[in-house]
Design a protein around this ligand. Structure first.
Ligand code: ADP
Length: 274
């Protein structure tokens, strides 16, 4: 555990507690196609509460599609996704599984936060309001409660002095740290990270990864991460999943996956990028 966070900062970034080891995300026989392109092929995997899982694999192997399915930006063609015991895109009615209504999806989605490659902050809102907007409007927090949470989180990502700026007055690395604070302000069970440093100038990457490392080591949040930063993946991951053509071809702890992978395709992929 890092000792960098004060107890109140840690609380601000902390999800509701879950029994350690309980299953938080589950993909059951998920297939996703775009036209004739089978992007995810009968995919099965699960992530336990509190674990940090990194998805690696060649470009086009379906990693981002998994995050987009979890954000309900896409829906699976076949199979089901479960988050914290609830179906994400289906609900049970009269003993049958039917496509989920909007209200059900909204409730389950509250458990998931995402940080995107391109930050996606609201350009017309100052930093503070970028962070308080969803807690006030989606979770129903009072403005004061939301602002207090936002201040703790801004301190945690090292941006207190930028609270009154607009996103475009900040560097890419600072914007990405605001995006991390914004995602955490919803107290999600799961944080999805989609190549969050790949749009940054190289000198700004370390600051963002340091913040994420602290969050990974100091909170109980579950992380599902797509990254090409293999040093970071090694540091934070409990498990690494290697994707190829829409399937997990190999998985294991980072020491095993990076030092002694079994699959030829994993060896090829790692030797090309390490
Ligand atoms: P990765 O994250 O591993 O690079 P993606 O999940 O982004 O892979 O993409 C997997 C495949 O799905 C690629 O062949 C990509 O071209 C295709 N794809 C992704 N999104 C769309 C879309 N909205 N429409 C059509 N094809 C898509």
């Amino acid at each position: 555990m890092s000792s960098d966070f004060t107890p109140s900062q840690k609380d601000a970034a902390q999800p509701e507690s879950r029994a350690a080891g309980s299953e938080l995300i589950r993909f059951d026989n998920v297939t996703k196609r775009f036209g004739d392109n089978v992007v995810l092929d009968d995919l099965e995997f699960s992530v336990s509460a509190g674990k940090h899982v990194t998805l690696i694999g060649p470009s086009g192997s379906g990693k981002t599609t998994i995050l987009r399915l979890l954000m309900t930006l896409l829906t699976p063609d076949e199979g089901t996704i479960t988050v914290d015991g609830d179906y994400l895109t289906h609900e049970e009615r009269g003993g049958k599984l039917v496509p989920a209504g909007e209200k059900h999806v909204r409730e389950v989605r509250k458990k998931i936060g995402m940080v995107f490659q391109q930050f996606n902050l609201f350009p017309n809102m100052k930093v503070l309001r970028n962070i308080t907007e969803a807690p006030v409007h989606v979770l129903g927090l009072s403005k004061d409660e939301a602002e207090q949470r936002a201040r703790e989180l801004l301190e945690l990502v090292g941006l207190t002095e930028h609270i009154d700026k607009y996103p475009l007055q900040l560097s890419g690395g600072q914007q990405q740290r605001v995006a991390i604070a914004r995602a955490l302000a919803m107290r999600p069970q799961v944080l999805l990270l989609d190549e969050v440093t790949s749009a940054l100038d190289p000198e700004l990457v370390a600051g963002v990864l340091d913040v994420l490392r602290d969050i990974a080591h100091s909170t109980d949040i579950t992380m599902l991460c797509v990254t090409h930063e293999m040093g970071f993946a090694r540091d934070i991951s409990d498990d690494v999943l290697m994707f190829n053509e829409g399937k997990v071809i190999e998985s294991g702890p980072p020491e095993k996956m990076f030092n002694d992978p079994e699959h030829e395709r994993t060896r090829e992929f790692l030797s090309a990028i390490l």
